[in-house]
Design a protein around this ligand. Structure first.
Ligand code: HEC
Length: 220
């Protein structure tokens, strides 16, 4: 019969298919384990849950050419420093709330979800909360009663999802923690809320009345 060319033989393609599938399987297993440690809380890109005790900012990094989260000074959420375990419990409660209430039905989290409502990755840093002092309570109030507000210029309102105060606080913790994740610059061109502290009063506050330096020109 006609001589078969090696690359046209069915057995060559059968063997190739088996080898390629086998090799891809091994590579995928390797990548899976390699990724797990990069997406675990407490790794360089995904900070430990106790990061909610700190100020989190989103700053342009010239070396990487995009914005990255910057963990700053102590700024405990709701004024309470939490241990790692307490922080994990709170953030997990918040995460479970976002799952139970199906926030991804309208929002994206880390870019995943639906595009009806804003992405929540940096929602903790949204300037629309007004000021960093007003933000925590503002977020809790919004989550519990969003239906009668227009928070952004989006023109769409979020429905009331029956979120309790505990769930709202935990959700805020979850959102604060999420804003600290290094997402390779996602979302880009995001202008974060101003978190600078109010300037310290010009004159140091002392208990005694200021001597001689009184600005009042009238002397008797
Ligand atoms: C039915 C759709 C829908 C669902 C479900 C939904 N939201 Fe919203 N959400 C919206 C819309 C629309 C807005 C924009 C409202 C506005 O700007 O006034 C919004 C705004 C927000 C904001 C303000 C965003 C920002 O960056 O300032 C937060 C935070 C938020 N939602 C959190 C949540 C959480 C947490 C859940 C789940 C517990 C949730 N949403 C579920 C529709 C939804």
């Amino acid at each position: 019969m006609a001589q078969e060319i090696w690359w046209a033989s069915p057995s060559f393609w059968r063997k190739s298919a088996i080898w390629v599938t086998g090799l891809s399987f091994v590579i995928l297993i390797f990548l899976t384990f390699d990724t797990v440690k990069q997406i675990t809380a407490g790794s360089p890109r995904v900070p430990a849950y106790s990061v909610i005790n700190k100020r989190i900012d989103y700053v342009f990094n010239t070396e990487r050419n995009f914005q990255v989260p910057v963990i700053g000074q102590d700024e405990p959420l709701f004024g309470k420093m939490l241990t790692e375990e307490e922080a994990e419990a709170l953030v997990s409660h918040g995460k479970l709330t976002t799952q139970a209430k199906n926030c991804m039905n309208c929002h994206t989290l880390l870019g995943n979800g639906s595009y009806y409502a804003p992405d929540l990755t940096k929602s903790w840093l949204d300037p629309s909360w007004g000021s960093k002092e007003a933000r925590e309570q503002g977020m809790v109030d919004f989550l519990m009663n969003p239906q009668d507000r227009l928070h952004n210029a989006l023109g769409r309102k979020m429905p009331n999802l029956g979120i309790t105060e505990d769930e709202a606080k935990a959700t805020v913790a979850f959102l604060k923690w999420m804003s600290s994740i290094d997402t390779n610059g996602f979302p880009a061109n995001f202008k974060p809320i101003d978190q600078a502290d109010a300037p310290v009063a010009a004159a140091p506050a002392t208990a005694e009345p200021a001597p001689e330096v009184s600005a009042a020109p009238a002397q008797q």
